[in-house]
Design a protein around this ligand. Structure first.
Ligand SMILES: Nc1ncnc2c1ncn2[C@@H]1O[C@H](COP(=O)(O)OP(=O)(O)OP(=O)(O)O)[C@@H](O)[C@H]1O
Length: 336
């Protein structure tokens, strides 16, 4: 086992709306990320993927609130830090977040080099402008980005180039964890491939030590990440090896999700595509028992009453369901 870079235990966070209602967007999330490993987060819209990303950075500003649990980044618990300390000491160096549509957030009046200067200067006041430029040039060259981009404004760049630039700038301080939230979804296929290639290079060249990749596009996760975590209504319902989860999911929701996609691999292409009927529960009032029970075709009466815990499967992955592995095997026709 490699060195653990990120360790999350029983994390619970919520939004408090302006009508003072609580939305339990992240509930009892536990995970570990080792050096050199990547984890993909999948799940339908509103299941809490982006909220989990924000929560992991320890960046708690209303309406997002920390409830309980721990987040250790290389041994340091960020949940006990003040937001200002998180900004100065953690963001960029320990953990970097590339939010959805990050490329559109670039300030149009700033040249890329000025944006880069701001990022570096926040953490290292002793570096001169020419040193930062040199550092940026080296990094851009290593990642196959033209160095002329440094003196351009964001509006002068194509969508794909803007996104790759944002990623290069956000990782300039070699964060231990990179969280990329739908980094390629707004791009054309060629630009998507270049973004993914660049993220892989960041890992391979050691500029980042680990990565969390959030996307709706499961086939992409399967090709990019070592492990996959499937979220449903604020909770992890299955986490483990990417290949095992894509081809032999255990949790009924993970199974439904995998059956609704095409995995480009022989023998799977001809699979019938299905959709999961119904909608996720309201996170202001999560159901008493299993959160997926309402939509689960395998649900029994007790599923609506008993909260399922995470079960460790024989293969080492975890799933949250009252069904034992032999029951799942019988129901699905596959399994250990
Ligand atoms: N600012 C907010 N205030 C209150 N509730 C919020 C807020 N932002 C998100 N939520 C709620 O938190 C839950 C999780 O949302 P989140 O955006 O994390 O989901 P997601 O899986 O990232 O969705 P998507 O794939 O569409 O980005 C949803 O029920 C959402 O409505």
């Amino acid at each position: 086992m490699g060195k653990i870079i990120l360790e999350v235990k029983d994390l619970k966070t919520k939004y408090v709306t302006r009508f003072h209602e609580d939305v339990y967007a992240v509930d009892s999330v536990s995970l570990t990320l080792e050096e050199g490993k990547s984890l993909g987060i999948a799940g339908e819209s509103g299941c809490g993927k982006s909220t989990l990303a924000l929560s992991l950075m320890g960046y708690y500003f209303p309406p997002l609130h920390y409830i309980s649990g721990s987040i250790l980044i290389d041994g340091v618990d960020v949940t006990s830090m003040k937001p200002d300390d998180v900004r100065k000491k953690i963001l960029g160096t320990e953990i970097s977040y590339i939010p959805q549509a990050a490329m559109n957030a670039l300030n149009p009046t700033q040249k890329i080099i000025d944006f880069l200067w701001d990022v570096v200067h926040t953490h290292n006041k002793s570096m001169s402008r020419s040193e930062v430029r040199e550092m940026a040039k080296e990094r851009f060259q290593a990642l196959g980005l033209p160095t002329e981009v440094l003196d351009k404004y964001a509006v002068e760049l194509s969508g794909g180039m803007k996104q790759r630039t944002v990623i290069a700038v956000s990782t300039i301080l070699n964060p231990k964890v990179l969280i990329a939230d739908e980094p390629s979804s707004a791009l054309d296929v060629t630009s998507q491939k270049m973004v993914i290639k660049m993220i892989r290079e960041l890992m391979d060249k050691g500029y980042i030590k680990s990565m969390i990749f959030i996307t709706h596009e499961l086939p992409l996760l399967y090709n990019v990440t070592d492990d996959i975590m499937v979220m449903y209504a604020g909770q992890i319902v299955e986490i483990g090896n990417a290949r095992e989860i894509v081809f032999y999911p255990k949790h009924p929701y993970a199974k439904g999700l995998m059956e609704s996609i095409i995995v480009p691999e022989s023998g799977i292409k001809s699979k019938k595509l299905t959709a999961i009927p119904g909608a996720p529960p309201n996170l202001k009032h999560p159901p008493e028992g299993c959160r997926f029970a309402e939509r689960c075709c395998y649900a029994k009466p007790e599923c609506r009453i008993i909260k399922p815990n995470m079960i460790k499967a024989a293969s080492g992955r975890y799933y949250r369901c009252l069904m034992k592995e032999d029951e799942l095997k019988e129901a699905y026709g596959y399994g250990e």
